[in-house]
Write a protein that binds this ligand. Structure first.
Ligand code: ATP
Ligand code: MG
Length: 210
């Protein structure tokens, strides 16, 4: 399956989720390719490079800019899963990856400003669906704060309910230091020993991959 992390909001958690989902799939014995479609920033590929010098389950990674469609389409059958990370703005990488992806996940912080960026993403999805009618698009609330969590998540649910082409995942990703610490270690938050993070990433994967 080709899973794209994309959106129109910087810092929402796309690269973080790509790493954690990729690491979980690798730990399940899957053959995983990670594509860093935001190579000027290089968050995903730098993480994957650090992972190579660990004993953790390995994955393959590549940086790719420009049109990702052909690359993704040709690699689809060579891996169990291809995880693509793109930058926090409209880009050629984001638009062309949407044409090949099975699933697109847009993480958003549970705020009005972040949610509003999805209106634009929704218009990009509408165009992509003309070429890739099978594309499924999900929103996941990311970097939720534990205390007012129910309210923020419920408010987000209301805000996104009017958006076409998207469904909101039940899974919620909370703000956890382990997600930050894991980046420098080439690991996932779960591999850093955070059991709560492990469960929320498992829930996300189960929801999207089932
Ligand atoms: N659930 C989380 N808990 C704690 N910190 C997080 C979480 N998700 C992301 N972060 C932190 O927030 C920052 C931005 O996250 P990340 O790089 O994943 O966002 P992004 O959407 O890929 O950003 P960009 O659009 O710039 O590519 C990073 O410092 C990351 O460690
Ligand atoms: Mg990123």
């Amino acid at each position: 399956m080709i899973v794209l992390f994309g959106g129109q909001k910087g810092g929402s958690g796309k690269s973080t989720l790509a790493m954690n989902v990729g690491a979980l799939l690798a730990s399940q014995g899957k053959d995983v390719l990670m594509i860093d479609g935001n190579s000027t920033q290089g968050t995903l590929s730098n993480w994957a490079a650090r992972r190579e010098s660990t004993e953790l389950p390995q994955l393959t990674y590549v940086e790719k800019s420009g049109n990702l469609y052909k690359t993704l389409d040709s690699l689809r059958s060579k891996y169990d899963h291809v995880i693509v990370d793109t930058g926090g703005q409209d880009s050629k990488e984001f638009r062309t990856a949407m044409l090949a992806a099975d699933v697109m996940i847009s993480p958003i912080k549970p705020t009005q400003a972040d949610t509003e960026t999805l209106v634009y993403v929704s218009s990009l999805i509408e165009q992509a669906l003309e070429m890739n009618a099978e594309l499924k698009c999900y929103i996941v609330v990311s970097q939720a704060r534990p205390n007012p969590r129910i309210k923020a998540v419920e408010e987000t649910r209301t805000l996104v309910s009017s958006l076409e082409f998207f469904s909101l995942l039940d899974s919620v990703i909370y703000t956890r230091k382990s997600y930050e610490d894991a980046v420098a270690a080439g690991a996932s938050a779960a591999e850093m020993g955070d059991k709560k993070a492990a469960i929320e990433i498992e829930n996300l994967v189960n929801e999207v991959f089932s």
